[in-house]
Design a protein around this ligand. Structure first.
Ligand code: ZN
Length: 247
């Protein structure tokens, strides 16, 4: 028996998949992964890289009741972002160059709560893979949203998405990291082929991001990050091009 980090009760804890296992087991990612993409960072030179989702589970996090709260969001996100990938339409500029992709419709509440719950799970976890993710004073807001089943407004924990248009060349599952956009703090997470950015800052979302952040109505836009490193990719430049594409 241990203390569940969600409800605080003394319970038997279950294995939590912080990045849902479905996203880590997409076959093509594993086959095309650079051979060290899914390995755990290690000081041991003789540790062979492994193509499994090790390091993304935590069995000292939640009881079964709490872990199950995330199921519907995990299932929805996987269905939309992976299984229904063929619903995506391509977004091109006037020269026909691909800027990104979009879905005409999606369920804002479920998808946003998925990202909220991944942030919450990663923030509460002590496993090495998520060591950079700290949610500090935002923990209660994240939990309240999950408990109420009601996603926060678009600019609270604002989220936007990107993806690698060529799986083969892109990194697959790197640990989540921090990125500042116009000084505002975001974390970004790789989930399969998709990368999501989530704001963890009480200041306003940069105006430039408005065209692509998740909104309760409207399209779901994913910007393309072909062969680019998400740490250095110029997001604002990418969005400026997308904005022209949408309008
Ligand atoms: Zn619990």
């Amino acid at each position: 028996m241990q203390t569940c980090k969600y409800c605080g009760r003394l319970k038997t804890l279950v294995k939590s998949h912080i990045i849902p296992r479905s996203f880590c087991e997409i076959k093509s990612f594993q086959q095309n992964a650079p051979h060290n993409a899914l390995s755990l960072p290690s000081d041991s030179a003789d540790l062979k890289p492994v193509k499994r989702s090790i390091g993304m589970c935590d069995d000292e996090l939640f009881c079964k009741v709490c872990e199950d709260k995330f199921m519907i969001y995990d299932a929805y996100a996987f269905k939309l972002l992976h299984e229904q990938g063929n619903r995506r339409k391509t977004l091109r500029d006037e020269q026909g160059q691909v800027l990104g992709a979009y879905y005409e419709t999606y369920d804002y509440n479920k998808l946003k709560l998925f990202f909220i719950s991944v942030l919450l799970r990663a923030g509460l976890s002590d496993v090495f893979f998520f060591k950079h993710v700290k949610v500090g004073p935002y923990l209660e807001q994240l939990k309240d949203a999950v408990d109420a089943g009601a996603a926060p407004a678009s600019n609270d924990f604002a989220v936007f998405l990107a993806y690698y248009d060529e799986i083969k060349r892109g990194p697959i599952l790197f640990p989540p990291s921090q990125k500042r956009i116009q000084k505002i703090k975001f974390f970004y997470f790789h989930i399969g082929q998709v990368i999501f950015y989530i704001k963890i800052d009480k200041r306003a979302t940069p105006q430039e991001l408005q065209p692509i952040i998740l909104q309760p109505s409207g399209k779901l836009v994913l910007m393309t990050l072909s062969h680019k490193d998400p740490a250095n990719f110029d997001i604002l430049k990418g969005i400026e091009r997308i904005r022209h594409g949408i309008e």
